[in-house]
Ligand binder design. Structure first.
Ligand SMILES: C[S@@+](CC[C@H](N)C(=O)[O-])C[C@H]1O[C@@H](n2cnc3c(N)ncnc32)[C@H](O)[C@@H]1O
Ligand code: SF4
Length: 469
């Protein structure tokens, strides 16, 4: 069978009318089933059984390390973080984390290589050089980190917490990818969100990162913040294009002040109205694509030479809790408060409370709080959803040979809706392969939702999900 994959479609730019028509509120599918299916009846035995199967598989490992502290509060922030000035608090958490690393590493076959590690937060770089070094070496003592030339070691950086020297230290430890929180270069926007950082600061950091030969630099940007207009964001994007990072995340500002109290400190009347927000998104995306960036999917752009874009082009892109990744066949071990693991056929999550996390680990107990064991149906649907999100295609024959099912029987009701999406221009169908059209990529979650067997119940229960807009 000849596989048909559409060209990147960079010349076919998004239009607001199409997005307005097809935008829906829905999960972002960093996992399937989503975290809403994680439950507290998940047991330590479920975890141990999965680790046993995982060790037998000899698959490589990927590590996620959560460092939750920040020096000051960005009003828009929806991350799992704690604002503190206390070195003692940070130290106590680090001690607990190191203990969890020691305890958890005993479960895994020590020979299994770790090809990928990500430190996220909060702000990992809020820790001192000595503490960051200590943490890296503790991980290295308990897990088999492959040398940086063969692995992907990334860290989230708040530019206000770092200078060229610290960037050098991180490279020396082994990090080869960094992600910088930029959000917006406009002074008025920065003041409103309580996060002021200059363009020059970022320019110098980027120069230092290049001197240290980091393999890739990502910028986080947000659209939908107070005082943003089409024109102001265009200026920010122009500066971004000038600086030329390898990857860009353009996040939709999720405004949920009931859930994230600090968001009520933002001037609500200055938030761009829905129509303008949509224009900002289209304009900024088109600007990036015209400058040569490829849209990877779900808020992410990359240079065509970047590994993410190359992996997508060859059909080997994968997606996990940190977003897109080129490492497909690895079990993910989460370390730290609220971290999520994907081990064999389970997802499980540590408690989200720092106090509880520290209390449990200090007493040599597992900080696991919830999880889910995937059924075969979950695995089939996950494969379909990840293929749509990562490769922008759905190849029924591939799913059939992977799982031994007849696609048209198994998904007989979904196929009708797939054909409606073909008629609506979200998908094209050629030689038995569904390709997400360039236009359809921005609203691809609408197609994924079709395969989410749990979604109707969540909608009935009144759960709220984010939208593209
Ligand atoms: C953990 S932070 C990145 C590291 C570091 N703490 C920093 O701020 O630079 C992760 C990213 O999530 C994004 N983010 C946080 N809150 C958000 C919200 N309410 N809506 C959309 N994106 C958000 C921001 O772009 C932020 O850079
Ligand atoms: S955006 Fe980053 S620095 Fe700001 S509060 Fe959130 S996690 Fe902390």
């Amino acid at each position: 069978m000849r596989l048909v994959k559409e060209e990147s479609g960079q010349d076919s730019l998004w239009d607001s009318e199409f997005i307005r028509l097809h935008d829906v509120a829905g999960p972002r599918y960093t996992s399937y089933p989503t975290a809403l299916q994680f439950h507290e009846e998940f047991t330590d035995q479920d975890y141990k059984d999965a680790v046993g199967r995982s060790n037998a598989s000899r698959m490589p490992l990927s590590l996620y390390v959560h460092l939750p502290f920040c020096a000051s509060l960005c009003y828009y922030c929806a991350c799992n973080k704690v604002i503190t000035q206390s070195d003692e608090k940070k130290r106590r958490y680090l001690d607990a984390l190191i203990k969890e690393i020691r305890l958890k590493s005993k479960d895994f076959d020590a020979a299994r290589p770790v090809y990928q590690m990500h430190w996220g937060g909060g702000t990992p770089t809020y820790y001192s050089d000595a503490e960051l070094t200590e943490l890296w070496f503790e991980i290295g003592r308990h897990f088999h980190l492959v040398e940086p030339e063969r692995g992907e070691y990334s860290i989230e950086i708040d530019p206000r917490t770092i200078d060229g020297n610290k960037l050098g230290l991180l490279k020396g430890l082994g990090f080869n990818r960094i992600s910088l929180g930029i959000q917006d270069f406009d002074q008025r926007v920065q003041e409103a969100i309580n996060r002021v950082q200059s363009y020059e600061q970022i320019r110098d950091l980027l120069q230092a990162a290049r001197n240290y030969q980091y393999r890739s630099v990502n910028f986080d940007l947000i659209y939908g913040l107070p005082y943003q207009t089409v024109a102001s964001v265009r200026e920010t994007i122009t500066k971004v294009i000038d600086l030329s990072p390898d990857r860009i995340s353009l996040f939709n500002y999720a405004h949920l002040p009931q859930r994230f109290k600090s968001q009520s400190l933002l001037p609500e009347e200055a938030l761009p109205p829905a129509e303008e927000k949509l224009q900002i998104l289209c304009d900024a995306s088109n600007q990036l694509m015209n400058a040569g960036y490829v849209y990877i999917g779900m808020d992410h752009f990359a240079k065509p030479t970047d590994e993410l874009a190359l992996a997508q082009a060859e059909g080997s892109l994968h997606r996990n809790f940190q977003g897109y990744t080129t490492f497909k066949d690895a079990d993910l071990v989460g370390l730290g408060v609220s971290s999520i693991s994907l081990i064999n056929n389970i997802y499980c999550q540590n408690t989200k409370s720092i106090t509880e996390y520290q209390g449990l680990v200090e007493e040599n107990n597992s900080p696991l709080n919830a999880g889910v064991v995937l059924s075969t149906d979950d695995e089939i649907r996950r494969a379909v959803i990840m293929s749509l999100l990562c490769q922008n295609w759905l190849i029924p024959a591939q799913i059939e040979s992977q799982f031994g099912i007849r696609f048209e029987h198994y998904f007989s009701s979904e196929i009708k809706s797939l054909n409606e999406f073909v008629n609506a221009g979200l998908l094209s169908l050629q030689n038995g392969v569904y390709n997400v059209t360039p236009k359809g990529r921005l609203v691809v979650r609408k197609i994924c939702m079709l395969f989410d067997v749990y979604l109707p119940q969540h909608v009935k229960e009144g759960r709220r999900f984010s939208r593209v807009l």
